[in-house]
Write a protein that binds this ligand. Structure first.
Ligand code: SF4
Length: 134
């Protein structure tokens, strides 16, 4: 698998890179040595792992489900806001793909058509679901 062909792998590398930038500049640590950022990273990767849309996913900010717990959702937003503008220099390829991937505003219909309704998607997430929050 490669970041060029596998969106889930690409998103995992992107979220790790963004949390890494944030942790280095705020805590002067590597994520592996920072309990707070490691917990956030593990949570984000777990959500990604259970994402019911798989390769057909939108960016999480455009997702119709929003599977992050509210407090953690704000934490990851803070990381994205800080690290987003700093990604281009450090990770130009991931950044370009992030912009391309971000253009998808709804999950791909192929993936949605395989599902029955939002409740089924929520179950597949195997995590806390907070509907209606943005
Ligand atoms: S369900 Fe939505 S918020 Fe959760 S990982 Fe998938 S795209 Fe992101």
């Amino acid at each position: 698998m490669s970041i060029f062909t596998n969106r889930m792998e690409r998103e995992a590398k992107t979220v790790k890179a963004m949390i890494g930038i944030y942790c280095r500049n705020h805590h002067s640590l590597k994520v592996e040595d920072c309990d707070e950022c490691l917990e956030l990273q593990n949570y984000a990767l777990d959500r990604l792992h259970h994402c019911p849309f798989h390769e057909g996913k939108t960016s999480c900010k455009n997702c119709p489900i929003h599977c992050y717990k509210p407090g953690i959702k704000e934490d990851i937003r803070q990381v994205m806001r800080y690290s987003g503008p700093r990604m281009l220099l450090r990770h130009p390829i991931l950044t370009v793909f992030h912009f391309i991937d971000d253009r998808r505003k709804e999950p791909l219909s192929d993936y949605l058509n395989e599902k029955n309704d939002t409740d089924d998607l929520s179950i597949e997430c195997k995590g806390p679901i907070e509907q209606g929050e943005t």
